[in-house]
Design a protein around this ligand. Structure first.
Ligand code: FEO
Length: 399
């Protein structure tokens, strides 16, 4: 049975939720599910914005059919070709043979690549700033390359000031019956998932995101309709400013994220002692054992906090595997502008700390505070003193 949501009299959500997916994009855990949003406008022309993942294809097709009623589909706007939004294109073309696909030339190539479709006269290739008139509304297309793929564009409804934002302003998490961010306690229940979505999916492309946000700042946006997560109809400025922080790699909060890799608990012990000393100084801390917490959560936290501590056992003469993956991930996602402390452990040849520092040299503006603390197997009095000094150094650099 269909399950649609009315956004305005002539604008509907026709997407669906997936709570069975274990790994989004094969990498990111989604314990609270994910929504694949699609939007349908019923103006003089009917316009569908993107499709959905194949996992929810049947529900989506039924939703589109019910909202259209006895009308035909005039336009399918393709803003993003990643298969979580494009998997139903072929079926839409088949069921609505007169539909015109509105997209850019990069998407046309990808449609052929993914689905073997050569659209010919069935497509309208738009350029940056092109406008189509669909009756009461006029839709303007704004290119947003690398947010999150090169073909991405967003669409601004010049009549009702709705931004159809593709992956931008999205979030992990199924919608659970609500559609608007103001229907839930977003900051309490969903902000962490929005940050985890942004930082992992497009965190690397801060510069490109800022180009889009700059274009968006010139628009009077009243509503944002992303392809994942909630629709924003108030607090638009707040969610935009969060994205500005993330895209410019500014810390969101002053405080310390401690990520540790510990084989027998001794490195963990050092991390716990440091955390305790930081809390004694009134400093906020968040801690992760990299062996048990999914890297996407730790990466999101690294984007949140101003100070990062990595405490790591030496393993095979290098960085413990899970920590190595985390550091590589932080580098790959372009994290920058953080204050860092490092603790290393090793029973005969501790080297993990120096290797972490070397890898972090690839990141811009990473300020490594204090000397690396080296533990030889277990924490001793000498390291307690050094942890005290490290806590003082962190406290002195917090704003
Ligand atoms: Fe949700 Fe980049 O696709």
């Amino acid at each position: 049975m269909h399950c649609v949501k009315k956004i305005k009299d002539d604008l509907f959500w026709v997407g669906a939720n997936d709570r069975r997916l274990s790994m989004f994009e094969g990498i990111y855990s989604v314990p609270r599910g994910v929504s694949y949003n699609s939007y349908l406008i019923l103006d003089q022309k009917t316009v569908l914005f993107d499709t959905v993942d194949k996992a929810v294809h049947d529900r989506f097709m039924e939703n589109v059919s019910v909202v259209l009623g006895d009308r035909e589909l005039d336009y399918l706007v393709i803003q993003h070709m990643e298969p979580d939004h494009s998997s139903s294109i072929k079926e839409i073309l088949s069921r609505y043979p007169d539909v015109k696909v509105v997209c850019n030339t990069k998407s046309l190539g990808m449609i052929k690549g993914f689905y073997g479709c050569d659209l010919g006269d069935g497509a309208i290739a738009v350029k940056e700033g092109d406008i189509i008139d669909i009756g009461r509304r006029k839709l303007k297309f704004i290119f947003a390359p690398m947010v999150h793929w090169p073909e991405v564009m967003v669409t601004f409804d010049l009549t009702d000031n709705v931004l159809f934002s593709a992956d931008a302003f999205g979030s992990f998490g199924a919608l659970n019956g609500a559609l608007f961010a103001d229907e839930v306690d977003f900051d309490r229940d969903y902000l962490d998932e929005a940050r985890r979505y942004y930082t992992n999916i497009v965190g690397k492309y801060g510069k490109q995101v800022m180009m889009l946000l700059d274009k968006a700042s010139k628009l009077d946006i009243k509503m944002i309709c992303p392809l994942h997560g909630f629709v924003w109809r108030d607090r638009v400025d707040e969610i935009v400013s969060k994205h500005v922080k993330w895209a410019t790699y500014e810390p969101e909060e002053q405080g310390v994220m401690i990520a540790y890799a510990s084989i027998y608990g001794n490195t963990e012990n050092a991390a716990e002692i440091l955390a305790s000393k930081l809390r004694d100084r009134g400093i906020m801390t968040e801690m992760f054992d990299v062996s048990v917490t999914h890297g996407s959560e730790i990466l999101a936290s690294a984007f949140k906090w101003s100070h990062l501590v990595f405490a790591c056992a030496t393993y095979n003469g290098g960085i413990f595997t899970a920590m190595d993956m985390l550091i590589s991930d932080l580098v790959a996602h372009n994290l920058q502008n953080r204050t860092v402390c490092i603790i290393e452990n090793g029973s005969w040849a501790p080297t993990s700390g120096k290797q972490i520092a070397q890898k972090l040299e690839q990141c811009k503006d990473m300020n490594i505070l204090e000397d690396i603390i080296t533990i030889e197997s277990g924490v001793k009095e000498a390291q307690l003193e050094k942890l005290e000094i490290m806590a003082d150094a962190i406290a002195a650099t917090l704003i």
